[in-house]
Design a protein around this ligand. Sequence first.
Ligand code: ZN
Length: 244
Amino acid sequence: MRYFKHGTLLIIGVLLIFTWTFPQFFRCLFVAQDNFNEIKPMIFVEKGISKNQKDTLIKNIVLAKKRIIGFWGKQEGIAKIIFCKNAETYKKYCQSSEGAGCSIGTPLGSWIILNTDGLNVDVIAHEMCHDELMTRLGWWKTKKHIPTWFDEGLALMLDQRFVSSQDSSQRYIDYRAELNYLTSQPIPLQELTTQKAFFGQNQLFTKVAYFSSAVAISQKISTKGKKEIFEIIEKTKKEDKFEF
Ligand SMILES: [Zn+2]
């Protein structure tokens, strides 16, 4: 009986810590019990969306998956997609009203949340890229070793909203030009290692942070090829340290 009591307390304690650490986990896990329909396996949409929105979402998910496969070789990430038609619902799931999409990654599952601006292949491919990196490295190693600038810069290689060139040298040149247009002083990458540092200041800072990150990643790809990025990820996984 005593063991049972201690066991129960332990389970409650673990659940409480998990909920505190990942406040969105249970909301996302039980999305089907909220005001959502599963229109295809792993794709949940808020009730009442139009047929046009539904078709656009499905079409862009297919295109985004192709981009993921084009860059990564195959898609290992299996994040569920949650499309919110209302801004308040998006805010509830993302814990922020910023952006067109966000990723919720936990050790027990991941989700991509989209709002109506996220009915877009670039947004979906961007979020899928975050999920892909986390799936390949695992939640813990991603959190422990991967700096936010690497994660965001990599996602921008699949997100063509700012730079659309598919030629690696041109992409680097274009990201440099975007950055120079905003500032003559890029942010040093070592100041962009955490989510708080990257997103926690103001919109201009975050935009410069995105372009500074994209310049670093696109430069690496243009000089050493995409394989260099995979080697960095593989090394982080095997040797438990990140070296760029
Ligand atoms: Zn991102």
